[in-house]
Design a protein around this ligand. Structure first.
Ligand code: GLP
Length: 242
């Protein structure tokens, strides 16, 4: 595990450099993206868009996949992860990126949607680089703390603490979806490289638990300790308790 600690604003360029290094070797790389505030605070998508528009970074051959979506909301819903990805990334890219998968929150059979996602990844040759955020309760993707966890993508209840957190976005806690589709822990572990990004003092305690604590499904981010090729990218506030 490589731990990098830097200024918040340096994280976007750092991750974009990693993309460019990967694309130099593997122009058709399969890249796993993530949602949440972290990619915005750190400017990850902003920097990728800038490099694509201004520096000629060619993303056209890449395959993109997002690991999760909340069940019961349409792709067009303002809080869907499809909307997020379009708003912050796909819509700003000069050349449309066709090869991409974001689970559909309105899929008739959410478990079948999980299988469709697994097949998409397998048929694309597996994930080369997976960007990961860290939830305040130690979730990654939407893999919430639980006594045991499925290896393949699955349907999960969204933890009450996260539903409370998203309540302002949806107007009330009752309006927040109760379940999500998410990668399984095996889906994460099969990615050839992981890059976990966390920023801000509010994440400091959970970062320390995730990186230094006992590996347990009750704190899913601890599973990254078992991955052979993982970068942890933090700002100094998030690294405070390490
Ligand atoms: C979200 C997503 C995760 C994300 C995490 C952290 O709900 N399901 O994929 O990484 O929570 O979000 P943030 O960066 O806003 O703290």
């Amino acid at each position: 595990m490589n731990i990098y600690i830097m200024q918040t604003a340096a994280i976007g360029p750092f991750v974009a450099d990693q993309f460019q290094e990967l694309l130099a070797l593997t122009p058709d790389a399969v890249i796993g993206l993530t949602t949440g505030n972290t990619p915005l605070t750190t400017g990850i998508y902003k920097e990728l868009v800038r490099r694509e528009r201004e520096d000629g970074m060619d993303l056209q051959s890449c395959v993109f996949v997002n690991p999760d979506e909340q069940i019961g909301i349409t792709r067009e819903h303002p809080e869907s992860y499809s909307t997020y990805m379009n708003r912050h990334f796909f819509d700003s890219i000069t050349h449309p990126l066709e090869k991409r998968f974001i689970p559909d929150g309105m899929a008739e059979d959410p478990q079948a949607e999980c299988e469709r996602m697994e097949r998409f990844i397998e048929q694309s040759g597996g994930i080369d680089y997976q960007l990961i955020g860290l939830g305040i309760n130690g979730h990654i993707c939407f893999i919430e703390p639980a006594p045991s966890l499925p290896s393949r993508s699955f349907v999960t209840p969204i933890a009450p603490v996260n539903r409370e957190l998203y309540a302002p976005l949806f107007g009330s806690v009752d309006a927040v979806p109760t379940h999500a589709v998410t990668f399984g822990w095996g889906t994460v572990m099969r990615s050839r490289k992981l890059c976990l990004v966390a920023v801000g003092e509010g994440k400091a305690e959970i970062v320390a638990q995730a990186l230094l604590g006992r590996v347990t499904t009750e704190l899913p981010a601890t599973l990254v300790q078992l991955h052979p090729n993982v970068d942890i990218v933090l700002d100094s506030a998030a690294a405070k308790v390490l």
